[in-house]
Design a protein around this ligand. Structure first.
Ligand code: DC
Length: 439
């Protein structure tokens, strides 16, 4: 599988044009999946097949050949060898394509074709279900949006330029209906993937949108190239142990010079440690709070960190030295998850920020269930930690460890999700309490 950029969004959000520009700039193959559904629609129209005649539709699907080509820099769409680039944008297809694209059998076939297209090349694919169904693990996931009125205005201007007769009100109504259909399909409905980056282009120029997405793609490309280095684990050796001890003591010295670090409740770690491995869950104040926890602990603590942090050489070295576990946020990073579970099974100490991001709670973010999930799964205890202080130079920073939380009460068959939510809430409540606790 190559590098995959997936872009979804409603009609008129500008994803088609932006995809074409980015494909050219970044040498990616652009795939307009809407054109594929349009080809199927044209074929159905030409063969005069009723939409409830699934047998005939399957026959069409068995014999269909759709090609998305580039000729002299222009996109050319071929249906069974014939250039249909213009015809698939005409009114008869426009009127029917939404209904056609809601048919399950058609979607299954198209999704299959789309996945095959990305097997041997780097692609930028746009549509409605690319980030959610076709490539839920795409390297880059973008959801492009814009206000309905703005999208209708753009489409109306495009139609005028192409001499297509219509009124603005007609375009607006057509778009409203398409949005409704696209969002309410039984299969392949348009929705925002949890980990997609949403770009609202209502008040942005095309250039600004392109620049934004280009930056995201370039960063992810770099990370993808580094992935073998990021996920590679340095084996434990005597030398590594010594270097880690020296680095720890140097960093501890530096922290002592620049901050007045105060640690309380350390005995709680010892208590949890009596039962083997455990999970430390602190609030996340800034980039250097994790280092403070690691260097001021006598135990070896393995933090979970977002995997793209390790794209900087020096940080990567430190992460390898301290056996940080890189994890891709918001996606199902099975490799990362397996490593965390292995650490706990080996009775090691794992540390996770349940907020997921810095000052997540202040930003009104929802705490992540990852720590609770792993604690319940492995039967390990959670040690909540309240970090108070801003890490301003020479200011006081307090790291306050709380009583270990036993998670066994949350192991209820059939109620996994609810229990994880409750467990996460208990962890977060403890963290907040510890953060505010007066000495
Ligand atoms: O992007 P477009 O307007 O050319 O798409 C034509 C239709 O196909 C539109 O009704 C949405 C549908 N479509 C879909 O259901 N899934 C996709 N991945 C792409 C398009």
């Amino acid at each position: 599988m190559g590098f995959i950029v997936a872009i979804d969004g409603p009609a008129g959000s500008g994803k088609g044009t932006v995809t074409e520009i980015l494909a050219k700039r970044l040498k990616l193959t652009s795939i307009d999946t809407g054109a594929m559904y349009r080809c199927v629609t044209l074929s159905i129209l030409r063969n005069k097949v009723e939409l409830d005649d699934i047998k005939k539709i399957e026959e069409i699907l068995d014999n269909i050949n759709i090609e998305l080509l580039k000729e002299n820099g222009n996109q050319v769409v071929k249906l069974n060898g014939e250039d249909v680039s213009k015809e698939i944008r005409d009114n008869p297809v426009n009127k029917m394509v939404s209904k056609v694209s809601a048919i399950k059998e058609i979607r299954t076939k198209m999704v299959d074709l789309q996945r095959k297209m990305a097997e041997t090349q780097d692609v930028i694919m746009e549509g409605r279900d690319i980030t959610t169904v076709v490539f839920p693990n795409a390297d880059v996931k973008i959801y492009m949006d814009a206000d309905l009125e703005e999208r209708a205005k753009r489409r109306y201007a495009q139609n005028q330029a192409k001499n297509i007769q219509c009124t603005y009100e007609e375009v607006l109504e057509d778009m409203r209906q398409r949005d409704e259909n696209d969002k309410n399909k039984e299969v392949g409905a348009l929705k925002i993937a949890e980990d997609a980056i949403v770009i609202d282009s209502t008040n942005l120029t095309q250039k600004q949108v392109v620049r934004k997405i280009e930056k995201i793609i370039k960063k992810e490309k770099k990370v993808k190239k580094l992935e073998p280095k990021i996920y590679w684990e340095r084996p434990e050796t005597k030398r590594k142990e010594v270097v880690r001890a020296i680095t720890k003591s140097v960093l501890r010295g530096i922290y002592k010079i620049f901050y007045r670090v105060e640690i309380t409740g350390e005995e709680n770690k010892d208590k949890a440690g009596e039962k083997g491995g455990y999970i430390i869950c602190p609030n996340h104040v800034n980039y250097i709070d994790a280092v403070a926890i690691v260097v001021f602990s006598k135990e070896r603590i393995r933090f979970v960190a977002k995997h793209d942090l390790a794209r900087f050489g020096m940080l990567r070295w430190l992460e390898h030295l301290f056996d940080v576990i890189p994890i891709k946020r918001n996606t199902q990073d099975l490799e990362g998850m397996k490593r965390c579970l292995k650490v706990l099974k080996n009775n090691e100490v794992l540390a996770i920020f349940p907020e997921g991001t810095r000052n997540g709670l202040e930003k009104n973010g929802k705490a992540k269930n990852g720590a609770a999930f792993m604690a319940i799964r492995t039967g390990k205890q959670v040690v909540p930690v309240g970090i108070s202080g801003t890490f301003k130079l020479f200011s006081k920073v307090r790291i306050n460890y709380g009583t270990p939380i036993d998670m066994s009460k949350y192991k209820v068959k059939g109620k996994e999700k609810e229990c994880q939510e409750l467990a996460t809430k208990e962890i977060m409540d403890n963290i907040v309490m510890l953060t505010n606790e007066k000495k």
